[in-house]
Design a protein around this ligand. Structure first.
Ligand code: GLC
Length: 614
């Protein structure tokens, strides 16, 4: 019957019954066409991207390191949290010189994290809860223990030029080979490492155990397909801007006078015109984009070709690029006719605000405006507050700001990126030199490692008040658990009447509402102390978010300062946990003429209307 309906809709005789069948086919096709054309909203636009650092999320086998089974075991937590996309940092085979960003087999799971079967189980579980899973893709380098590198070292074909090899510039008086140029590694020191076996240097942008792949000879594509075949919903591409270096390896990079860095082995001592953002990078991203767009489950082939963005099966492509000039970042979006990444991470909040006193309403407004003003036509914003490479929000910007900043990033238009643990306001952990694992920290030695180590933000997730914060049942953990876990943990915050976790869940639920998902945006008040924004959509509720970014309690008269006509009062939907007042407790009406906010507080209010002043 089905076969007949789809493959032989005209039948031999045109009975009224076959007319019905034709009509059904027409209706189905027009439905698909209509929705494929109209609904340009892929799944990741409504989603929060939640970054899981697998080593630190949950350990199920007691070895002190998190694993894939541990992520799967927390599926209900993730579902309740309201995050619809997970980005999992590398769990591929690795000697762990850079916590898994040094991969020795791109298409397998490292035993410390589990097995491919565990990943299949994870994908199945998350998909059954309608949670997408994005993997980390590290195309710039492999581990020096990767078979390709070992064979390249022996000049075996076709591996001989898989990496960036160069002859020495000369030899010192004592006979030591001199690197071909002055390029520096991001982890400090020369970016060149000599290998006697080959009589050449190889280039490593990061750790010496992370040799750079030579993109003029090899382009990782099969590795992407491998994971998509297993059900991955997308990729976060690591260190993209370093994919290519100039071909002429005799060129030295110039000293960065403005940076004022004295240590000539430190990366920022130099400017980097020859080792980043080379034009060929865009060709590679374009190829990945095309491949990912044409790649889909066979059932959806027809619709995929119509408009990939519609599809719940569209794959997400995020790229990690840090550039000072915003134009050098947003060009990774490409355009409607030449699509590249779905988005490059927006690290502006992290990069422009370094401590509590940097956070003001006007500065945040500038950061928000800058992204919107430079966003290419038809592209979607994103907001990143933290990652495994940066100090945690509560420690970097202030524990009092945790809820307010989550309100900002979850309720502005765009996709927010939450680093695991930020939903409970986890803080950096003090790590001794002896316990330090991060190669970037270790390269600076015992006197300076604190300024450079990324370990403090990578410590285990704090689940409850039991030993090891409920992260592991083993005798010890790969990095120490923060001492504050007895009070700062998921369980305590689930049980508390008000908590960061509860605020976060409310925000995650709210952002699904049309006013936030598709609504317009206005900023009625922007001062150094206060940033307020309104999200509204015809026939839908209007919301006002007010953030007191100052370090003092304030009383705001929203009628005085606003550029919009607002009602006399509003009801409170949620507020920062630091506000214990009766007036602002969720529910009852508060006066917009005298809104009291404690330091660092955010309030989400529902209004009966907000009108432009004529
Ligand atoms: C990216 C990652 C970082 C890693 C580096 C090398 O910057 O975020 O953690 O050390 O790439 O792969």
């Amino acid at each position: 019957m089905l076969k007949k309906m789809f493959f032989s809709p005209f039948g031999e005789t045109r009975t009224p019954y076959s007319v019905v069948r034709i009509m059904i086919v027409i209706v189905v096709i027009s439905y698909l066409l209509k929705h494929c054309k109209k609904e340009k909203r892929p799944w990741w636009k409504n989603s929060i991207v939640y970054q899981i650092y697998p080593r630190s999320f949950h350990d199920t086998n007691g070895d002190g390191t998190g694993d894939l089974k541990g992520i799967t075991a927390k599926a209900d937590y993730l579902y309740d949290l309201g995050v619809k996309t997970l980005w999992i940092s590398p769990f591929f085979t690795s000697p762990m010189a850079d916590s898994g960003y040094d991969i020795s087999n791109f298409v397998d799971v490292d035993p410390i994290f589990g097995s491919l079967a565990d990943l299949d189980e994870l994908l199945k579980t998350m998909h059954s809860k309608d949670i997408k899973v994005v993997l980390d893709f590290v195309p710039n380098h492999s581990s020096d223990e990767h078979e390709w590198f070992q064979r390249s070292l022996r000049r075996e074909e076709p591996f001989a030029d898989y990496y960036v090899w160069a002859d020495p510039k000369g030899f010192s008086d004592s006979g030591n080979p001199i690197p071909p140029n002055n390029w520096l590694s991001k982890f400090r020191g020369s970016a060149w490492e000599w290998r006697e076996e080959r009589g050449q240097f190889y280039y490593h942008q990061y750790h010496r155990k992370q040799p750079d792949l030579n993109y003029r000879n090899l382009r990782l594509q099969e590795e992407i397909k491998f994971w998509m075949d297993r059900g991955a919903d997308g990729f976060r591409v690591d260190a993209l801007k370093h994919l290519f270096e100039v071909e002429d390896l005799s060129l030295d990079e110039p000293v960065n006078e403005e940076a004022g860095v004295e240590d000539n082995l430190q990366y920022n001592y130099l400017k980097h015109p020859f080792t980043m953002n080379q034009p060929e990078t865009f060709e590679v991203v374009r190829d990945w984009r095309k491949m990912m767009n044409t790649y889909s489950d066979k059932w959806f082939t027809l619709c995929r070709d119509l408009t990939p963005p519609l599809a719940p099966w569209a794959r997400l492509l995020i790229v990690q690029v840090y550039n000072k000039d915003i134009q050098d970042v947003v060009k990774y979006y490409g355009s409607d006719t030449d699509p590249l990444a779905d988005f490059p991470f927006n690290f502006r909040i992290i990069k422009k605000l370094h401590n509590r006193s940097d956070v003001t309403g006007t500065r945040l407004m500038k950061i928000i405006d800058e992204w919107f003003d430079n966003l290419p036509e038809g592209k979607w914003p994103n907001w990143v507050l933290g990652s495994h490479d940066h100090s945690r929000v509560a420690s970097r910007l202030g524990a009092d700001l945790v809820d307010a900043l989550n309100m900002l990033t979850l309720l502005l238009p765009g996709t927010p990126v939450t680093y695991f643990g930020e939903e409970i306001g986890m803080q950096d952990t003090e790590i001794s030199w002896e316990d330090t694992k991060d190669p970037q920290g270790r390269n600076f030695g015992p006197d300076h490692y604190r300024k450079h180590s990324r370990d403090p933000c990578r410590t285990p997730m704090q689940w409850d008040a039991t030993a090891n914060a409920g992260f592991s049942k083993g005798p010890s953990t790969w990095l120490p658990v923060n001492d504050n876990y007895k009070t700062l943990n998921v369980k305590a915050q689930s049980e508390a009447r008000e908590s960061h976790l509860k605020v976060y869940k409310t925000l995650a639920r709210l952002r699904q509402e049309s006013s936030f998902a598709k609504g317009k945006l206005a900023f009625p008040v922007v001062t150094d102390e206060v940033l307020a924004f309104i999200r509204y959509l015809e026939d839908e509720p209007t919301y006002l978010v007010v953030l007191n970014l100052s370090e003092n309690d304030v009383v705001v008269d929203l009628h005085q300062h606003t550029n919009l006509e607002l009602p006399p009062d509003a009801s409170v939907i949620t507020r920062s946990v630091s506000d214990k007042s009766e007036e602002n407790s969720p529910g009852p009406k508060v006066s917009l003429s005298a809104l009291m906010l404690v330091k660092g507080e955010g309030l989400v209010l529902q209004l009966t209307f907000a009108k432009e002043i004529e």
